[in-house]
Design a binder for this molecule. Structure first.
Ligand code: C2E
Ligand code: MG
Ligand code: MG
Ligand code: MG
Length: 288
């Protein structure tokens, strides 16, 4: 009976796998087209200083509205871009666009802001990325220390030296290195701190369980203490409730991001959101 079930399973599974790989193929073809056709855009999610509520800057997040398929989430198209190699082109586009947008925004509001961009492992193969970053900064007029590069812990752990060396080189220019989704990969902070990093971003799965799971609250607490002991800045992502906000404040987390403060915003909505966030900075918490 087990054998029969196994066969049934196999029969059921194979077409599904085929469908998935077809889906990925057509998605990568559509994505290739998207870059050229201008279907990509960026949104900007505010990054706030937790103690003062002051706006520090933005994380740029890629968006894709396909003319054929409608809006497609980054959770779907980023892996496709990574597998197909398109991530280099896509990442380069996001970087240049975001630098230009933030530079323009700074002129509008009259003060400097930080910009965080996500970078995939494949972008750090070879040295082209380094030149691209420096060129994007130069063209926009942003200073290197205004730029934050978000990587995942897996990139550091799996690297054979090249990506880490590239990060070291860009960091020497003043660019900050952030470990995104920290906690998901189970690597220890003590180990990660050997790498050229400035800041860690606590994964939203821990942040969102602060109220419901005692262990998550304890983990968040421990990450903050440990990061500070190692001289790292800590940011919490995915903050959605005032309870989470209060907990993070009490534990001395440095920076926050999340729907409680703001979603990712299209370029034309950012200036108004900045004014709204600045106006409510004294209160600390602002409506999303
Ligand atoms: P990430 O870098 O960890 O970005 C945070 C994700 O959480 C974003 O999803 C953001 O919209 C979402 N988020 C922010 N605040 C909240 C909250 O309070 N609650 C919840 N539930 N979610 C929140 P998004 O935009 O769908 O992006 C997903 C992932 O795709 C990103 O995770 C990042 O890894 C990747 N990604 C997005 N844009 C780029 C890009 O330009 N390049 C690369 N390499 N990856 C990108
Ligand atoms: Mg990120
Ligand atoms: Mg990420
Ligand atoms: Mg994250």
């Amino acid at each position: 009976r087990a054998k029969a079930a196994g066969r049934n399973n196999a029969q059921w599974f194979e077409p599904a796998m085929l469908e998935e790989s077809n889906d990925k193929l057509s998605l990568s073809a559509a994505l290739r087209h998207a870059v050229v056709a201008g279907e990509l855009s960026t949104v900007y999610q505010p990054l706030l200083d937790l103690e003062t509520g002051r706006l520090l800057g933005f994380e740029a997040l890629a968006r894709w509205r396909s003319s054929d398929l409608g809006p497609i989430s980054p959770e779907r198209f980023i892996p496709v871009a990574e597998d197909s190699g398109l991530i280099r082109e896509l990442g380069g586009w996001v970087l240049r666009q975001a630098c230009a947008d933030v530079a323009a925004l700074q002129r509008e509001i009259g003060r400097n802001l930080r910009l965080a961009v996500n970078v995939s492992p494949r972008q750090l193969r070879g040295t082209a990325w380094l030149d691209e970053v420096l060129a994007a900064l130069d063209e926009s007029g942003l200073e290197p220390d205004q730029l934050e590069v978000e990587i995942t812990e897996g990139l550091l752990i799996d690297d054979h030296g090249d990506a880490v060396e590239l990060l070291e080189r860009i960091r020497r220019h003043g660019v900050k290195i952030v470990v995104d989704d920290f906690g998901r990969g189970y690597s220890s902070l003590a180990y990660l701190s050997r790498f050229p990093i400035d800041k860690i971003k606590i994964d939203k799965s821990f942040v969102q369980q602060i109220e419901s799971v005692d262990a998550s609250a304890a983990i968040v607490d421990a990450i903050i203490v440990m990061a500070h002991a190692l001289g790292l800045t800590v940011v919490a992502e995915g903050v959605e409730t005032t309870e989470q906000h209060r907990y993070l404040t009490a534990r001395g987390c440095d920076e926050v991001q999340g729907y409680l403060y703001s979603h990712g915003l299209p370029r034309h909505e950012v200036a108004a959101a900045v004014r709204r966030l600045e106006a409510s900075a004294d209160v600390g918490v602002v409506a999303g």
